[in-house]
Design a protein around this ligand. Sequence first.
Ligand code: AN7
Length: 347
Amino acid sequence: MRGILHRYGDLLPLTEATPRLSLCEGQTPLIPLTNLGSELGVDLRVKFEGANPTGSFKDRGMVLAVAKAIESGAKAVVCASTGNTSAAAAAYAARAGLPCFVLLPAGKVARGKLAQALIYGARVVSVRGNFDRALDLAKQASEELGLAIVNSVNPYRLLGQQSAAWEICDELGDAPERLVIPVGNAGNISAYWAGFKKYGELGQTTRLPEMIGVQASGAAPLVEGRPFDEPETVATAIRIGRPVNAEKARGAVGESGGRFLSVTDEEILAAQRLLASREGIFAEPASCASLAGLLKIHEGEGLPQGQIITAVLTGNGLKDPDAAMGQSSTMVEIDDCWQSLREVLSR
Ligand code: AN7
């Protein structure tokens, strides 16, 4: 069985006492966007993290965070989440036989993610407040009750998430020239940057990518340089107003010569439709912020011809069926006879 801890164990802080937990996470496809890439005149690939066992990139860091929680003798894990972290925490805790408590912003978690947390057997607490408040409460639970917190304040999460950058470099034979990635709590962009730098130090790559972090315009604290007390966006995964890893992310973007930019909900949904209808790839709205951001740069200043670009698609489209159904053309219902069908097909 091959997961992150097996494949990249040499680069991770494992000891003999660290259980080699695995759901065979990682090794997700790096899919060339053959249609959109050629239209934009660039070598564009997407890292499809929706192919992870719980359907998002969170599995990469969670497998290490839960393994380390077991190693340290934790009796239970806790997290706050916009949805994907809770799904991953619940799955790995179930696998490890640990109780798991998840705090979710009430009414703002996509249905697929909620279904996951419930079926994996987590204790799900719906908090009447946004993600940032739920995270404050999760931290308090961790301090007062000694539960292991598995949000990205837990350093093992970001260490495990570096593996996505390593996989991209392993496959491309070098780092991409530009990386475009959605940003919520700002952990993943920080992890990718650390991962690229690590591979550079090891002599596995010759360059570092320009890092482009994309936020939703209704939850864009890193773009505007101020907290958002009431973040709002259709991309509920990144509906975050006070990113925990803001400093690290600013460092990554600054050092790489990149930038943060924001896209509207309309642009996010348009990118989601484009990706599905032109490339056959279904990613959740937050993920599509990356493509929306790239399209925005293309429209604004253009893209260097032939540039090697990777856009990270952080979560599976199936996570949020309502977001997709809400914008797709309605279906046709017919009587069960050939005449009715013929009419529809010849329209
Ligand atoms: C699909 O699950 O914060 O910038 O609690 O689910 O590292 O926070 C999710 C974040 C992007 C942003 N895309 O990553 C959570 C949570 C998807 C996500 C992000 C998230 P970070």
